[in-house]
Write a protein that binds this ligand. Sequence first.
Ligand code: FAD
Ligand code: DHB
Length: 380
Amino acid sequence: MRTQVGIVGAGPAGLLLSHLLALQGIDSVVLEARSREYVEKRVRAGVLEHPTVELLREVGLGERMDREGLPHEGVSLRFAGEQHRIDFADLTGRGIVVYGQQEVVKDLIARRLADGGDVRFDVSGVVLDGLTDDPVIRFDGGELRCDVIVGADGFHGVSRAAVPHAAYDRQYPFAWLGILAKAAPTHHELVYANHVNGFALYSMRSPEVTRLYLQVPPDTDADSWSEAQVWDELHVRLGTEINEGPLIEKSVTGMRSFVSEPMRHGKLFLAGDAAHIVPPTGAKGMNLAIADVRVLAEALCSHLRDGDDAGIDAYSDTCLRRVWRAEHFSWWMTSMLHTDPDADGFDRRLQLSQLRQTVSSRAAATTFAENYVGLPHGSV
Ligand code: FAD
Ligand code: DHB
């Protein structure tokens, strides 16, 4: 079997890349380890930044997002018993859309299959070979020869190990317990709360479903929290009324910053979480994955169609500029909002001072808002 671009992983990065390439007449095959049902049900990100929303619309993927997604023009920061709204529309003229990652993935899979795209699920035993001259992806029961390979197989995939790289890593002494509840959202917008008991985040998915997160110790077993404990702690940390309802999902996510440099080795290109992850506080992970493949699709088209290598040669450096901006923003949001078990009174006062400045200085609020709604692609 042969294709122009062999893509490992059917997450947002791999699927969107396959769609962008198809729009330019470039063939690809996507190989995914999990089943279609599994990837369509995996609950993860919820915030689409402005450049992501614009791109999805531009490439014909905005129809259901515009119908069912929830446009937001601000978020609130809560600390020391006060709540302050950051008005994105006023500060930046832009906003975000709350639309679940699994909805983006469902839309992408449906579109690829409707367009005759080749997306294969339940593919096991993926091994990459011939990366400097004649790339091939071997898997149980077959092999795929390609002009180039894209590793879009997430943080726990196999591709990153095939790229000689330097790793930059930061682990945090906390995790998030995330729940989805069948309850109408009480608040219209997201609330990020700093509390001595730990961080909490109020979010939503639809007019019937609320999404909430609590900071917990890193090794927490989700089942060790009863439903009643989850609601009680959310009330305490968010300091407000919340509609309660049956839990649809409950899981714990670790918090880590990680960047692998460079994002290319020979004819293998890494994209999305395969190359970098951020702690979820800044809501940047999926958005970065999407920004990577926008750059990569254009670079691969020039390389494969016109024999012009300028784009593929610049790919890693171009992406890493945006990656490091998001790394900084995500680390900054995480440090400002969480309660570090080792923090002392000095650290706590610095945190409160940073929060106060963010909500009281128009310049500081604008910097926060610009990063949150997403800097225009290509501007960083
Ligand atoms: P993935 O989505 O991880 O996709 C990789 C795919 O590769 C998977 O389907 C996997 O099964 C497959 N795969 C792995 N190994 C192999 C293999 N060997 N062979 C074949 N296939 C393989 N981001 C945001 O932008 N906004 C948010 O609000 C946000 N909130 C988050 C909240 C939580 C709780 C979590 C966990 C994450 C959040 N993120 C958020 C991050 C976001 O979910 C990820 O950054 C995003 O999924 C990255 O997309 P990707 O396509 O690079 O990787
Ligand atoms: C959601 C997740 C995030 O990581 C975040 O910063 C904001 C919202 C969410 O799942 O809705």
